[in-house]
Design a protein around this ligand. Sequence first.
Ligand SMILES: [Mg+2]
Length: 408
Amino acid sequence: MEVSVHDSPAELLDGELATTNVRIVDVDAVVVGAELRNWVFVKITTSEPGLVGWGEATLEWKTQAVVGALRDLAPLLRGRDPTRIEHLWQSQYRHPFFKGGAVTMSAISGIDQALWDIKGKLLGVPVWQLLGGAVRDRVRMYDHLGAGDASVVYGAATGEGFAAAARRSVADGFDAVKILAVPVGGPLPTTTQLDDARAVMGAVRDAVGDAVEIMVDFHGRTTPRGALMYADALADLRPWFIEEPCQPEDVSGMVEVARRSPAPVATGERLIVRAEFRDLLAARAAAVIQPDVCHVGGISGLTKIASLAETWQVPIAPHNPLGPVATWANLHLDFATPNFLVQEIMRADVPWRADVVSAVPEIADGHVALPTAPGLGVEVVEEAAREHPYRHEPQLGTVLADGSVADW
Ligand SMILES: [Mg+2]
C-alpha cells in the first residue's frame, strides 16, 4: 500500500485509470438570493468546449460555509476525469479525513449532481437513463405551501391562508399538498395550540375535500409526547403523513411517535450520512424517508439511501423546497427509483424562480413527464442569476412568551 502526499490529485488519483480524455477544469459557485434562502448552484467546467455541469448545494444559513467547502474540495477535482463519479465521491468523502456534516455533504452533493449532468451530456442521455432506466411513466408531485401566505413568516400562517393556497394547488392539478399546521411552541402543546393546529388543517381539509392528500410538517417544533398530542388532535382530519414530529436526530423519540401516532411518520430532511438513515430504518422509526439530494451526497448518495430503505419496505419522498436545479436532480432519481412515493416541490418562494434557469418541469395533473434532454436538462442562466445576489438569510427569531428560544 502506498500513501502519497501530492499537489496534483489528478495525476495521483486517476493516473492511467482515466476513462475519458475529458478533465475537470474548475468548480465554481453561483449564489442566488431567493428570500428565505440562498440557492447555491455548482458549476463544473471541463476541458471539453461547452461541456459544463450544473448541480445545487443549497444549505440555508450556511451559504458562505458551503461556498468555502466547495473551494476546499475543488483541488481534489481539478484535472480529474469527471465521468468517474463514484471514485470522485469517495475521494471527496474520505480523503479530507473528517467525514460528513451538513456543510461538506451539501458541497459534495452539488458537485455530484454536476458530475452526473456532465456524464449525461457527454453520452447524450438523460440522467435517469444512467441510473438504470425509467421504472415509472410519470412522477407524482406534491405542493409545499410554505407558510400558506407569502406575506407571513413561517409559523404564523392562518387556516384561511393555507386553504386559499391549497385551492390554488388543486386548481393547478395537484392532488397532494403539505402545510405547517403545528405552531411554534413549548415542549408540550397547550389546549389552545392543539385547537389552532386543528383549525388550520380543518380549513384546508374543508377547502380541498378527501380526494387530496394533506401532509403536515411539524418542523421538529415538538417533543415526542407533544407530537403525539398533535397527532391525536389531527387524526380524524386524516393527514397522509406527519413530518419531523420531533428532533430528527432522536431516533428513539421518533420510534415513540411512530408506534403510537395514528398517522404515518416521515422524516429525514435533516439527516445527512447513510448510517443515520440505516439507524432510523433499523429502528422502524419512519414509514417514509425524506432525504435531500442537496445534503446526502447528491444523486450518488440518495440512490444508495433509497436502496437501503427498499430493504425495509420504506418509500422515499425526497425533500425539495430548495432551488430549481435540485428539482431536476430529484426528478431523474424519482423516475429510476422503485420505492419512490411522491416528490415535493416549492412554488411559493419567489415569483422569478423560473427566470434563473433554462427549464422548469411542466406539471400537468400533478405529475411530471419523463425528461428527455441529456444530463439533468437544466442550465443556470448566469446573467439572470446575477440580478439576485447573495444576501444573508433573514433571521427567524422564534422565541416563546417567556423569551426562551424555540425551534422554528
Ligand atoms: Mg420539513
